[in-house]
Design a protein around this ligand. Sequence first.
Ligand SMILES: [Zn+2]
Ligand SMILES: [Zn+2]
Length: 420
Amino acid sequence: MRSPLRAVVFLVSSIVLLPVAARAQANPDWHRAIPGFKIAGNLYYVGTADLAAYLIATPQGHILINGNFKEDVPAIRKSIEGLGFKYADTKILLISHAHGDHDEGIGLIKSDTGARLMVMDADVAAVESTAPGRPGAKVDRVLHDRDTVELGGSTLTARLTPGHTPGCTTWMMQVAESGRTLNAVIVGSPNVNAGYVLVNNRSYPQIASDYVKTFALLKTTPVDLFLGAHGAYFNLKDKLPRMGDAVNPFIDPAGYRAYVAEREHAFEKELAKQAAEARTGDAVGFDIEWNHVALSVPNIAESIAWYEKMLGFKGTVRPGQPGARQQVADLRRGNITIELFQVTDAAPLPESRKNPSEDFRTHGVKHFGFEVKNLPAVLAELKAKGVKMAFDLRVTPTEDFAFISDNAGNAIELIEHKTQ
Ligand SMILES: [Zn+2]
Ligand SMILES: [Zn+2]
């Protein structure tokens, strides 16, 4: 039992932990091992209490869907062996989608067993990525919508159900059970995570229409066995104790339809909310887009050198006017422009403005921010180059952020929004 004081200490200390580790603690059921069990026919559950993993056992070896987090791999192995199968007989590895709770352990299982890894086209790059928290596993076969995966008389069909990730995959198969053929559906994920941008998403422009396609497919799919990437999708907790019942509790077409309808409603509500937010600008008779930010600096050449080295900008000094008391330069990277001014006799930046927390006590523009992926790795690279930190890494449930100082003392925020 945790005392209230311990809980406060835990909360505070979790804020200073590295984000990758902090995120993995989010749900206690994620890493709680449960014994493997037979769902129906040759389809078995070998995941944890919430992170679902499935074994399709055949005379020619096994197909495993999901590797969960790396730390969950021993539990998966134990479940497979507890059912009387050999972990080493795993021949094919599949995933629900390229998020760490389903694929981080894939590289480890692949090197343990030599299984072939097959991943939906749009999630391949994320699975092969070697960034922290990514499996960095080589994909042996790239899958496309409706491709089949066959082994020892069992056939799985990969259905692209994008949105949650661009290559999110719902696995479908027919399972023979006491003279019946059951349609098993393993839902990839219909969820819109906190922080997901559905309107004007630059890195995933078709995200909203992808979700629409996914719900259209899920609604028209024939289902007997309702399964998914998380036990919570299909209410594993309540169904597990009913395994001995005369009717297999996982045969639940009504539960499936209710779940898909509820998730579609949640998606539509979030989409409407974001669309309304995007429309608030319509009250003004013109559009605006971000253009640039301007900085007054003591030395343009030094600032250009700093922004080129630290943040990968390219600096160009504008041709000067004869007798001008100022020099102007542009820093550009992608669609971001920073304008630099070096003005003769400019006043230096006061010391109080160099510390973000203190700087908030002065009115005016405080800092500008860049979204990054994998903030700890970005900070490690910047620190290796000698960057001055203005405010060290802060971890929150929705985003992680830190402030660096440029060579003239201006605060720059680096921010990473989280996904699961
Ligand atoms: Zn997940
Ligand atoms: Zn996910």
